[in-house]
Design a protein around this ligand. Structure first.
Ligand SMILES: O=C(O)CCC(=O)C(=O)O
Length: 259
């Protein structure tokens, strides 16, 4: 896997040592200004897909996660899923060397894309329970999944920025096992604030969740989510990504998708 990542531009120095240790200790890492140049294109493409797909938007995630842990209702949000299949504009979300280096750091050079989805919390909505994206608690270091949020809008104190509890990926506990109400604010939670064009990596075993959007506009983001290679993908790329979308993709990228 090191060779694959090297051919995609990941080197030992792609992340600073200080960034790696921040990610280890806090469980998240903001990477500022990573896709400012692609921002408009991604906003436009996701808006077109929302219009085209209408009420069906997000169907692949629902179909893929029937009966699984992540099959939860998320009222008041716009969702798109299976974005690998929906345009080369999204390829930056699973090939950016800085992102791949951070995922490799958490998942020990043993990962594939789990899913590529869009989530916008609409005005007045978006609050989620504190949760981890895994079915059970894991020992610190034994991480199975890692996420990255691609900020299509500024994440502010008002518009439903994701909340996380820094360091909670080290606790080997899930919020629902210890909190009486996972919807409540946690004393140690912080909002992930940042400018549009930023990517925030977060270890998916960290306690996190969407917050209510108190602004007048949707808070839009793409989630590029990765899992260990032996774990099931949230969206099976081989099943959902059509041959015409895979055609012409470099072998290394197909390896990352496992498609
Ligand atoms: O979009 C967000 O703010 C967080 C979403 C999330 O954690 C989830 O859908 O599991």
């Amino acid at each position: 896997m090191e060779d694959i990542l090297r051919s995609l531009g990941v080197t030992a120095n792609t992340l600073l040592e200080s960034e790696k240790s921040f990610l280890d200790q806090k469980g998240y890492l903001p990477l500022k200004g990573l896709f400012v140049d692609q921002l408009e294109q991604l906003r436009k493409r996701t808006q077109t897909l929302l219009t085209e797909e209408g009420d069906n938007a997000g169907w692949e995630l629902e179909a893929a996660s029937k009966g699984a842990v992540q099959n939860k209702k998320d009222e008041g949000t716009d969702r798109l899923s299976n974005l690998v299949d929906k345009g080369t504009a999204f390829s930056i979300c699973y090939t950016h060397p800085r992102v791949l280096a951070a995922i490799a750091h958490v998942l020990e050079y043993d990962f594939r894309l789990s899913s590529l989805n869009y989530r916008a919390s609409l005005p007045g909505h978006g609050l989620q329970p504190l949760h981890v994206d895994w079915k059970s608690a894991v020992d610190a270091g034994d991480y199975q999944v890692c996420n990255s949020i691609w900020l299509l809008d500024d994440f502010t104190g008002q518009n439903g920025a994701t909340r996380i509890v820094p360091g909670s990926h080290l606790w080997s506990r899930r919020p629902q096992d210890v909190l009486s109400d996972t919807l409540e604010d946690h004393a140690d939670q912080i909002p992930l604030l940042g400018k549009a064009g930023t990517v925030i990596i977060f270890n998916s075993h960290i306690w996190h969740g969407g917050t209510k959007n108190n602004s007048q506009s949707p808070r839009r983001a793409i989630h590029s989510y990765f899992c260990r290679r032996h774990q099931p993908q949230q969206t099976n790329q081989e099943e959902f990504v059509r041959p015409q979308s895979l055609r012409g993709m470099p072998e290394e990228v197909r390896y990352l998708l496992d498609a």
